[in-house]
Design a protein around this ligand. Structure first.
Ligand SMILES: Nc1ncnc2c1ncn2[C@@H]1O[C@H](COP(=O)(O)OP(=O)(O)OP(=O)(O)O)[C@@H](O)[C@H]1O
Ligand SMILES: [Mg+2]
Length: 672
């Protein structure tokens, strides 16, 4: 017996949960919780003999009815079953991600699970005792009765004959006991078979309905009210993803139908996300099923299989790794699915945009170039060009280059537009094939080169002439030939030669033989590239010593653009751009002062000035503070830091040098 105090507390709990379960102010979840708590309390009270069996049974039934009304109601406010609906709707598309995914749970297998059998036994036992006490007229021992929720819409759907909901009810208020129905509580067979066998409702497909068609499969997890095959769940699943389409049973579709419905090709489906791979294994084996289903292939595998089917065994590396406008030739680029070497040139028949280099079957590298134009070149050299000379730098935009508006406009006209509309830029309008960017050091010539690389969409070969002369001593001549040959195979192409003066300086008596040969070769190639009308190769040279360039080369670099020191607006743009990445408290008039005082600075000098100024706030700190300070505690850059920076940063270009550039520009330049 309980103490009076404990009993009082017990009573108040009863009242409280009864209020919660019936109150209109409580949410459906709270009501369900209260009902569950009440059921537990009834069991507890009955076990302590506080309630008579009949009373316990009555209370239990009422409570269970209330509970199932909440759980099974589709009403978004008063019921919980809407959650189940949405979860099922969410789960359904994941099944569609993979053709062969299916749950390990099926109508048959779920009843063979030990946990389900234990539940069935326990449920049947307790129901037996309660129903017996209440004098119920029918006993139902079907697995579906245990697991299946009551039928909303059927009065007393939870079963007036007991607390456990059942799948079907006869007109007399007792449950249908199917023919051949399972009679024992521990029976692990599937639920009863109806007299007229019906196909499985397709909606149970997400949970792996693989039961034979003769089973009248009662939905295992509730919520499906109609069992006539036109379940609302099917339309829920489809209406989410296929608005406007006639809803039909999703589970009944074959893979092809589903693919067609979802508007993707089988190839798309094969390249489905890894989720499909993860789901491709059923929970409890399902190996037998797996062997009947089409094998899942990744897009890569499929591509490889198709290539093998079409072209036979791989004698050469596929060029399919080339894809974008900017062709990938370098070491850092994708090298195809199995290939070690990415051939740099297209097949002569044009069928394969990237193929061209024969690979040894052992994958040890290229043997002989397949393209006629690469014949006679050392494959090693071709590969060097493709891996080292093709540009890989971060993208540079036109806005990153401050000032030099005329040069930028001209380059756009010569490089970008002809690439965009080669049909317009023909004949007289044909773009020049050689450009020379000249001007004082640090004015952005190399930067412009990088910008052309990013923006032109052509294959961009960037080489420093000094590396040609120093790195490949004695081989420079071959290198130059290989460079132009590869570029010819990779049209449209831009060859950017930085410090071109060291390659094309005036030929003199004291010159080394190999250097002279290389220079001659360059001129020959430049001539070929610039005179051949069908070649779409642009050579861009940059130099800060234009006066040293051989006149023969100068003639071939027809557009000679002066890249001068930045004017005030350009200097302002550089400062603003650099300071925008830092914490800086420069007022407008202070910025104007910085711009004014940096007159005569090159772009590189202005950059250096800003670097120096940015160190000012750090220098103002004590050494001890530097060790402990957080990044946000560093004081912002102020005008005083620029004042200090001006003490150490001076212009790198002298007025005398400037005079030389301007005079050369007046003589040979193509500026306004
Ligand atoms: N017009 C500019 N706009 C923005 N930044 C510039 C500009 N000019 C120079 N710079 C800055 O100076 C740096 C050096 O420029 P760059 O290497 O392009 O000069 P360069 O003209 O090629 O010099 P050199 O003749 O010595 O090779 C750039 O990385 C950039 O930070
Ligand atoms: Mg440079």
């Amino acid at each position: 017996m309980q103490a009076p105090g404990a009993r009082a507390a017990h009573l108040s709990e009863w009242q409280e949960s009864h209020f919660t379960a019936t109150s209109g102010a409580c949410s459906a979840g709270q009501k369900a919780d209260a009902c569950r708590a009440q059921i537990l309390r009834i069991q507890y009270a009955r076990a302590n003999s506080e309630l008579s069996p009949a009373c316990a049974c009555r209370l239990f039934r009422r409570c269970a009815e209330r509970y199932s009304a909440v759980v099974d109601s589709d009403n978004a406010e008063s019921g919980l079953n809407n959650y189940a609906e949405s979860i099922l709707a969410l789960a359904r598309p994941h099944q569609a991600d993979s053709d062969k995914w299916q749950s390990g749970l099926s109508v048959t297998s779920v009843f063979q699970r030990r946990s389900v059998q234990e539940m069935m036994r326990a449920g049947a036992q307790s129901r037996d005792s309660l129903l017996a006490a209440a004098g119920a007229s029918a006993v139902v021992h079907t697995g579906a009765a245990v697991l299946g929720p009551p039928k909303p819409g059927v009065p007393g759907g939870s079963g007036e004959g007991g607390p456990f909901p059942g799948p079907a009810r006869g007109a007399d208020g007792t449950r249908d006991i199917p023919a051949g129905g399972v009679s024992g509580p521990g029976n692990a067979h599937p639920p009863g078979v109806t007299d007229t066998p019906k196909p499985c409702p397709p909606l149970s497909a997400p949970f792996g309905d693989l039961a034979p068609a003769t089973w009248h499969a009662t939905p295992l997890f509730g919520g499906v009210r109609k069992e006539n095959g036109s379940s609302p769940k099917a339309s829920v699943g489809l209406s989410v993803f296929l608005p406007g389409r006639p809803s039909g049973p999703a589970g009944g579709e074959g893979p092809r139908e589903r693919l067609a419905l979802y508007g993707c090709s089988p190839a798309d489906a094969l390249s489905a996300p890894p989720l499909s791979q993860a789901l491709s294994k059923t929970e409890d084996g399902g190996q037998g099923e797996e062997s009947r289903l089409p094998t899942f292939k990744t897009a890569k595998e499929q591509l490889w299989a198709e290539q093998q089917r079409r072209h036979g065994p791989p004698a050469r590396v596929s060029g399919s790794s080339y894809g974008g406008v900017k062709k990938s030739l370098g070491a850092s680029r994708s090298r195809g699915i199995f290939g070690k070497f990415v051939p740099p040139v297209p097949k002569p028949d044009g069928g394969d945009p990237g193929g061209g280099m024969q690979c040894r079957p052992d994958g040890a590298g290229p043997t002989a170039p397949a393209d006629e134009r690469l014949k006679g070149l050392e494959p090693k050299m071709v590969e060097l060009i493709t891996s080292e000379i093709v540009d890989h730098g971060p993208p540079v935009h036109w806005e990153d280059v401050a000032g030099v508006e005329f040069a930028k406009a001209t380059i756009k006209e010569i490089v970008v537009w002809p690439m965009m509309r080669p049909d317009i830029f023909t004949g007289l309008r044909g773009p020049p094939k050689g450009i020379l960017l000249f001007g004082p050091p640090g004015t952005g010539k190399t930067l412009i080169g990088k910008c052309i690389a990013s923006q032109s969409g052509a294959t961009f070969f960037s080489i420093s002439a000094s590396s040609l002369t120093s790195k490949w001593v004695g081989e420079g001549e071959k290198m130059v030939r290989a460079l132009f040959a590869v570029a010819r195979c990779q049209q449209p192409a831009v060859i950017f030669i930085d410090e071109i003066d060291s390659l094309l300086s005036q030929r003199g008596d004291g010159e080394h033989e190999s250097s002279r040969r290389m220079k001659t070769e360059f001129l020959v190639q430049l001539d070929g590239a610039t005179t051949s009308p069908e070649d779409r190769i642009l050579v861009v040279g940059a130099t800060n010593r234009p006066q040293e360039i051989d006149e023969a080369a100068r003639r071939r670099l027809v557009k000679r653009l002066y890249i001068p020191l930045p004017d005030a607006a350009a200097r302002r743009q550089i400062v603003l751009s650099l300071m925008s990445r830092e914490r800086c408290r420069l007022r407008e008039e202070e910025l104007a002062l910085v711009v004014q005082r940096s007159e005569g600075f090159s772009g590189a000098d202005v950059t250096q000035l800003c670097r120096e100024a940015s160190l000012g706030p750090i220098r103002s700190l004590r050494t001890a503070d530097i060790a402990t300070i957080t990044a946000d505690q560093v004081p912002p850059i102020a005008y005083v830091d620029f004042e200090n920076a001006f003490r150490t940063v001076r212009p790198s270009v002298s007025p005398k040098d400037l005079e030389l550039y301007e005079s050369w520009d007046r003589t040979f330049g193509c500026g306004q």
